[in-house]
Ligand binder design. Structure first.
Ligand code: DGT
Ligand code: MG
Length: 401
């Protein structure tokens, strides 16, 4: 045996919200294998199975060392028989048969391609797959009636399936900040989702908007969206209204985990030109941003000329479509919204599971309800919410479960 491989790893706590899960970890190959099986389960709408693989993967992400032998995992929570079998096979043979078969399966590939279309969920994708539709091109040829979101999803498919980079998220942040300050001075925006957890790329950019004076945030989203639209920043948007009702005793409890903030699903048109204009207006320090197709070490004129030539001959252009989610929260719920929208999805799920099973409390992105005391608990910061839940504070960078 190589020295160190028998070292027992201290047994970790079982809820992901009880431990730090960093972005960079030591067991990438194992986690990638488990993620494929989790993804496949989710695409087959087998949620329980998906969560089991995700929990196993998250446990491995929290380990302080690389695992070389499955025995090193003895005593660790979250590892079911199936996950342990996959881990053992990868450690011994380098690959796991089930994972390889899944990756290569027509169904998995088609479901991934189809759910990669904005506006298409597993149910719809599965129906299309059964009709012989395997790719976005098949879908276009099929003549199916698509809703507005799906049409945008097909139209911007390539862009929306490219990872969004941090620099692009920051550029969009400047635009949203400008929009918000134009329509409601004093309102503030916060970058949430994966970028707040320190990720370098994401599938979208998420923002939380609020105003320190309770009530001033009402109607804000419509104004922000109008401003953005008038400036030509939006390729698509759909706003869902705030359906969260305040009752006499406090906020009503949401019936599900879905929260009810006013929320806008959008697709931004991010161009180097827009970004430059906004940056000049609102900040002296300019952010250097390159579009994905524009060559960088040239003068602006050269670059523009070239990108317009490119757009004529190969479909390249000097702008890109980026998915952006915006959520508006009343100030009194801001801490809960911030915690609920920072993710990761598994971390959120674990927080809610901990709250219910270990504390008899219900946590949502609006509030925390204590079933024993029969009252809503208020909090002004994420730190306070962790404390109310009896948990050590985990900063965003440790929530990458
Ligand atoms: P990404 O975008 O692939 O880098 O990954 P994330 O972690 O940013 O994931 P995303 O953008 O899907 O969602 C960000 C977080 O926001 C996620 O961890 C949970 C939360 N979230 C998303 N959609 C909803 C929703 O409909 N209701 C609630 N309560 N939370 C949501
Ligand atoms: Mg995101």
């Amino acid at each position: 045996d190589e020295p160190g491989t028998e070292l027992a790893v201290v047994s970790l706590p079982s809820y992901a919200c009880q431990r730090h899960t960093p972005l960079l970890h030591h067991n990438t190959v194992l986690i990638d294998a488990l993620s494929i099986l989790a993804e496949n389960a989710e695409l087959s709408e087998n949620e329980g199975r998906g969560v089991a693989f995700r929990r196993a993967g998250a446990l491995l992400k929290s380990l302080p060392q690389e695992i070389r032998r499955v025995e090193q995992l003895r005593g660790q929570p979250c590892l079911g028989d199936h996950s342990l079998r996959v881990i053992k096979e990868v450690l011994e043979d380098g690959v796991c048969c089930e994972v390889e078969t899944t990756k290569e399966s027509r169904q998995f590939k088609a479901m991934k391609a189809l759910t990669g279309i904005f506006g298409v969920g597993a149910k719809t994708a599965d129906r299309w797959f059964r009709e012989g539709i395997h790719t976005p091109s098949d879908l276009q040829r099929s003549g199916h009636n698509l809703n507005r979101a799906q049409r945008a999803g097909v139209q911007y498919y390539d862009d929306l399936n490219q990872p969004v980079r941090k620099a692009e998220a920051d550029a969009i942040g400047l635009i949203v900040e400008k929009a918000v300050s134009e329509v409601l001075p004093g309102a503030k925006i916060t970058l949430i989702g994966g970028f707040r957890r320190g990720k370098e790329t994401g599938h979208d950019v998420d923002f939380l908007i609020t105003h320190p004076e309770e009530g001033r945030e009402e109607g804000l989203m419509a104004k922000v969206v109008s401003w953005l639209e008038a400036q030509g920043f939006l390729l698509y948007h759909k706003t869902t209204r705030n359906s969260y009702l305040e009752s006499k005793d406090g906020p009503a409890r949401p019936p599900s985990n879905m929260d009810r903030f006013e929320r806008c699903f959008s697709i931004f048109r991010l161009s180097t030109e827009n970004e430059r204009r906004i940056t000049q207006t609102i900040s002296a320090q300019s952010t250097l941003l390159h579009s994905r197709t524009e060559p960088s070490p040239q003068t602006n004129d050269q670059a523009r000329e070239e990108s317009s030539m490119l757009s004529q001959c190969s479909g390249s252009r000097s702008w890109m479509a980026v998915r952006v989610d915006m959520v508006v929260s009343p100030y009194s719920q801001f801490a809960f919204a911030l915690l609920g929208w920072t993710g990761s999805k598994l971390f959120e799920r674990e927080l809610r599971r901990w709250a219910v099973h270990e504390r008899a409390m219900t946590l949502s992105s609006h509030t925390l309800y204590d079933s024993t005391k029969r009252q809503y608990l208020r909090a002004n910061s994420e730190e306070e919410i962790f404390a109310l839940l009896g948990l050590e504070y985990i900063p965003p960078c440790g929530r990458n479960a």
